[in-house]
Write a protein that binds this ligand. Structure first.
Ligand SMILES: NC(=O)c1ccc[n+]([C@@H]2O[C@H](COP(=O)([O-])OP(=O)(O)OC[C@H]3O[C@@H](n4cnc5c(N)ncnc54)[C@H](OP(=O)(O)O)[C@@H]3O)[C@@H](O)[C@H]2O)c1
Length: 500
């Protein structure tokens, strides 16, 4: 495994902890060799020391997503014995010649079978050039025999994959000139989350829900990805990206695909990705009037004063970058015609929460006219992705007593009540899948392009007309009022975000 960007944040905070977790659970092959490549001047020992320090402080951090609490030094020693470091600049052809020789030596030393996983943990401007350097040096050659690789060469591409439809198409074309689609693993780390993968199991391994999973029974769907954090130290990236590009065509649409896809004919990559691609292809391009943008101003959470986006370090005082977006989507197919799918995502919101909420249709009113039933909320099925992973169903019961009074109650399943927590930073499954050649959880070229196509009208409209009304929500609240109006048009309302 070759990690480009070995000295970077992603490698230190997520990739190496994930690899360490895989080593800890015995899921790394014994003959693996891990090569770090970066411009940072250091040797393998210094790289390992910095990773060890980072892993240790990360494990000690109560906010960390890792569930391991300390490094097992014997695992770490075995793990680092397999690590080497090559220093150089990605623009230098000589680096790739050096790398080729190094990989040949490692192959002899560890019998890696000539198989190499290249991980691009680098800024997106390097994705194309790095692939070209690898191709030029012959490092992506799989020596096909009867269409089957004699050895595999796979490339993991981080996000963002393009910044609009045109750039995503151009990047796909650039990569596909050098390698086959089967060699490309476009990552979206939301798909590494257990609860996201569980949506498919929940829908297709239980006979109960699937018959109801359509326009006859579902009134609408709400997808929420709310963060409490602000822009933090990422202003340089965020100022040119914004909430829409950062979250919607990738993470949020992955959740949408899991909820909206037809049952695949099998759980192999081909079948699952075909069904997800169908959802993206049926997604109607979003009209500007069906989208709302927001930016947080100063506010307070739990008595702590929070700055507005304009006051954050590195942000232009007149920035019109959105930190919140809400949309109304339509999936134009037999199953979903006429069912609005609302999504919202934002920074500095009341709580950290990712959930998909499915609202079922109300019962026919005839027998309950002018009774409390008319005012009761309809059934909600909520798939909670984070922080408290689980599934809950809200339904109505009769309250005990002589009078017919109804109340909404919940049946709730929480992962942590049933399964022991595995050490996990979210990248373990994805890295493991690349090693075994399973592309199910990775995006195909056509999927990426369809998702950008769906949001392109909004990108165009917002680029033409910078928001003149920012900030429009207080930090620590549920988002701008215009987002409420978006649902009110359909006589709906957002599920209130829980108060902590
Ligand atoms: N960090 C995260 O939490 C996170 C999460 C999800 C996805 N991602 C994605 O992962 C990728 C990497 O992000 P990151 O935050 O780890 O970036 P990063 O911290 O900037 O790391 C990139 C590394 O590459 C090095 N580098 C830059 N230019 C180089 C060159 N010409 N030749 C050789 N090395 C060079 C950098 O060195 P210098 O520092 O000296 O420039 C740095 O060590 C990005 O695509 C990002 O969008 C990151």
């Amino acid at each position: 495994m070759v990690i480009f960007g070995a000295g970077g944040d992603l490698t230190k905070r997520l990739l190496v902890p994930a690899l360490y977790n895989l080593a800890h659970t015995g899921l790394l092959p014994d003959n693996i060799a891990i090569v770090g490549v970066d411009v940072v001047q250091q040797d393998a020992a210094a790289w390992q020391t910095s990773l060890h320090g980072m892993l240790q402080s990360f494990l000690g951090d109560p906010q960390s997503e890792s569930r391991i609490d300390r490094i097992d030094e014997s695992v770490w020693a075995k793990f680092t014995a397999r690590m080497s470091y090559v220093q150089g600049d990605f623009s230098d052809h000589g680096l790739f010649e050096l790398l080729r020789q190094h990989l040949e030596e490692l192959d002899k030393q560890h019998q890696t079978g000539g198989n190499v996983l290249f991980y691009f943990a680098v800024a997106d401007r390097f994705f194309g050039p790095l692939a070209e350097q690898l191709g030029h040096a012959g490092l992506l050659d799989e020596q096909l025999h009867d269409g089957q690789p004699q050895r595999w060469r796979r490339v993991v591409i981080e996000k963002p994959f393009g910044h609009d439809l045109e750039s995503a198409k151009a990047l796909n074309a650039r990569l596909l000139r050098i390698m086959r689609e089967e060699q490309i693993y476009r990552i979206d780390h939301f798909l590494g989350k257990e609860t996201v993968q569980n949506i498919m199991a929940f829908r297709f391994a239980n006979g109960l829900f699937e018959p109801l999973w359509n326009r006859d029974h579902i009134d609408h769907v709400q997808i929420t990805v709310a963060e409490t954090v602000g822009v933090e130290h990422r202003a340089k990236f965020y100022e040119i990206t914004g909430a829409l590009r950062d979250m919607v065509p990738n993470h949020v649409f992955q959740l949408l695909a899991m909820v909206a896809m037809e049952p695949p004919s099998g759980f192999d990559a081909h079948s699952v990705r075909n069904r997800k691609a169908d959802v993206f292809a049926a997604l109607r391009s979003v009209k500007p009037e069906d989208a709302v943008r927001g930016q947080y101003g100063p506010g307070a959470v739990h008595g702590e004063t929070l700055s507005g986006y304009h006051e954050e370090p590195g942000v232009a005082p007149d920035s019109s970058t959105e930190t919140y977006v809400a949309m109304r989507l339509s999936v134009d197919n037999w199953r979903w015609a006429g069912v609005p799918i609302y999504l919202r995502t934002g920074k500095r919101m009341t709580v950290r929460l990712t959930e998909i909420a499915i609202r079922f249709k109300r019962v026919p009113f005839a027998p309950f006219e002018d009774t409390d039933v008319e005012r009761l909320p309809p059934n909600w099925l909520v798939l909670q992705i984070q922080p408290d992973e689980g599934i809950s169903l809200q339904f109505e019961v009769k309250q005990p007593g002589p009078v017919v009074d109804l109340a909404a109650v919940q049946m709730a399943f929480r992962y942590r009540d049933w399964f022991p927590a595995e050490p996990n930073v979210g990248y373990e499954t994805l890295i493991y899948d690349v090693m075994i050649g399973d592309q199910t959880l990775f995006n195909r070229a056509d999927q990426i392009e369809e998702t950008w196509r769906a949001v392109q009208p909004i990108l165009d409209a917002w680029a033409k007309e910078p928001a003149g009304h920012f900030p429009n929500y207080f930090a620590g609240t549920d988002g701008p009022q215009a987002a409420d109006a978006l649902l009110q048009r359909d006589h709906n309302e957002w599920r209130p975000l829980p108060r902590t």
